[in-house]
Design a protein around this ligand. Structure first.
Ligand SMILES: Nc1nc2c(ncn2[C@@H]2O[C@H](COP(=O)(O)OP(=O)(O)OP(=O)(O)O)[C@@H](O)[C@H]2O)c(=O)[nH]1
Ligand SMILES: [Mg+2]
Length: 463
């Protein structure tokens, strides 16, 4: 804790104390939802599963003292448990959360409490939150059991609901009140771990996802792109080896050779056709449907534009977009990240960028490598037109992929694990689509359809 004095408007010295608080508990019990409700007053039906940890701050007043809470919302998934000590080390308070509709999460909460009692600061204030109290009809953990366990272990206890706000502010306030607000509590970690003393957190009501182990320097505004992307790659690598949950919540950034083959298969066919038809010589613009080689060029170029647009949308778009995407086949429906066929405004811009990059690369490559006698008919207008159509087809291709994904690919939400899945199952809530095509099949089909549309339409509209 840090504590300092500042002059209030009335000239009296108002004290500010700063505490580190950590939230622990099984995945999907509602840790992030509780923090989000407390800090921003919001609740998301499809709350993304936390990766690593998220950081937020919130300031409350307790008896004329401004209490600044640094909230470390940890990831509950099993694979992240080894990271937890980094977050509870030096914490002066902890909320251990369980889901009242799931008895296993209560057992896991008890294990967290035991670990905190053994390894965290000796005077840490611990609260036990029985979340999802609005689902009392499905209750598996009795209030009396949790209450008596909390009393035995000296814990603050409340049942909460991030959905209805029930007891959310109260549990944070109860902890804030119990925290010792004197200077000499500043070494609350008992010399065991790293304290956040002296760090000045200036940003309130913001959240920042952090790379595990990178908790230092917590001043910060919005989630940095680099950090989120790094997380994305980490999560992707984990997913590669995760055979239990086939999750596409964070799409695989590291692509398998099959995925690469499926993305490039149609473009390769056009490239081979082109080489055969031109006897491996070059042929440049303008596109002319009387020349077979021109047709192959269009096919190759626009298939590549489609793949690049779709890839950028799914890789950059999901990381950069701030809000949940919407289904292309039903734009009024907000769906979780990773749903097949879900699009966002940022994702569309990324698709356009993907097409633009391909068009530009083609023009630059042409001007460098193509023999001048083959460029004889190529004008600046042709190049600009081509660049424009490539850009547009980056979006067209990506949209075709999304329509196929939203209809012929299954997307579901596994509430228990808080992830988006691609296969139907007993506890899976269907979001969209039917389990007909795989992701790779959709990629092949969308690039083929895009190239066919381009081959059909471009010779007509290009002058
Ligand atoms: N009905 C109901 N649903 C809730 C409540 N709190 C959270 N949820 C839902 O439970 C799911 C999981 O919530 P999260 O906040 O992501 O859970 P978490 O503990 O942060 O999960 P991890 O980040 O994976 O550790 C989301 O779909 C939420 O909408 C609640 O109080 N009531
Ligand atoms: Mg979370």
């Amino acid at each position: 804790m840090t504590s300092n004095n500042r002059q209030s408007a009335t000239g009296q010295a108002a004290r500010t104390c700063q505490f580190k608080m950590v939230l622990l508990g099984e995945s999907a019990v509602g840790k992030s939802s509780l923090v989000l409700r407390f800090v921003k007053g919001q609740f998301h039906e499809y709350q993304e599963s936390t990766i690593g940890a998220a950081f937020l701050t919130q300031t409350v007043s307790v008896d004329d003292i401004t209490v600044k809470l640094e909230l470390w919302d940890t990831a509950g998934q099993e694979r992240y448990h080894s990271l937890a000590p980094m977050y509870y080390r030096g914490a002066q308070a902890a909320i251990v959360v369980y889901d009242i509709t799931n008895a296993d999460t209560f057992s896991r909460a008890k294990v967290w409490v035991k670990e905190l009692q053994r390894q965290a600061a000796p005077n840490i204030v611990i609260a036990l939150a029985g979340n999802k109290a609005d689902l009392a009809a499905k209750r598996q953990v009795e209030v009396a059991d949790a209450q008596s366990y909390a009393e035995e272990n000296g814990l603050i206890f409340m049942e909460t609901s991030a959905k209805t706000s029930m007891n959310v502010n109260d549990i944070f306030m109860a902890i804030a009140k119990k925290l010792p607000k004197t200077q000499d509590t500043s070494n609350a970690n008992g010399g065991r771990g790293r304290s956040n003393d002296g760090q000045s957190i200036t940003v309130s009501r913001t959240s920042t996802q952090r790379v595990p182990g990178d908790e230092g320097g917590c001043c910060g505004g919005n989630t940095s792109f680099a950090t989120r992307y790094k997380f994305d790659i980490k999560q992707s690598k984990i997913n590669e080896n995760d055979h239990q949950i086939e999750t596409k919540k964070y799409k695989k950034t590291a692509r398998s050779h099959i995925q690469v083959l499926c993305n490039g298969a149609i473009a390769c066919l056009y490239a081979i056709g082109y080489c055969c038809k031109t006897n491996y010589s070059g042929l440049s613009l303008p596109i002319d449907n009387k020349h077979e080689s021109s047709i192959y060029t269009i096919g190759f170029l626009f298939t590549t534009a489609c793949c690049c647009g779709d890839t950028l949308a799914s890789e950059l778009g999901t990381v950069l977009a701030r809000s949940n995407p919407r289904l292309l086949t039903n734009p009024f429906r907000v769906v979780p990240v990773g749903t097949n066929g879900a699009i966002s405004f940022v994702g569309c811009l990324c698709s356009l960028l993907g097409g633009f990059i391909i068009g530009l690369s083609y023009i630059i490559g042409n001007s460098i490598f193509c023999r001048p006698d083959h460029m004889i008919n190529t004008s600046m207008i042709n190049n600009i037109q081509l660049l424009f159509y490539c850009t547009v087809f980056g979006l067209v291709g990506s949209s075709i992929d999304s329509i196929l994904g939203a209809t012929l690919q299954f997307s579901g939400y596994d509430r228990e694990h808080n992830v988006t899945v691609q296969k139907p199952g007993p506890s899976i809530e269907r979001i969209s689509g039917f389990h007909i095509l795989s992701n790779n099949q959709v990629n092949i089909l969308s690039s083929l359809l895009t190239s066919m549309i381009a081959i059909w339409i471009l010779p007509i509209i290009m002058v």
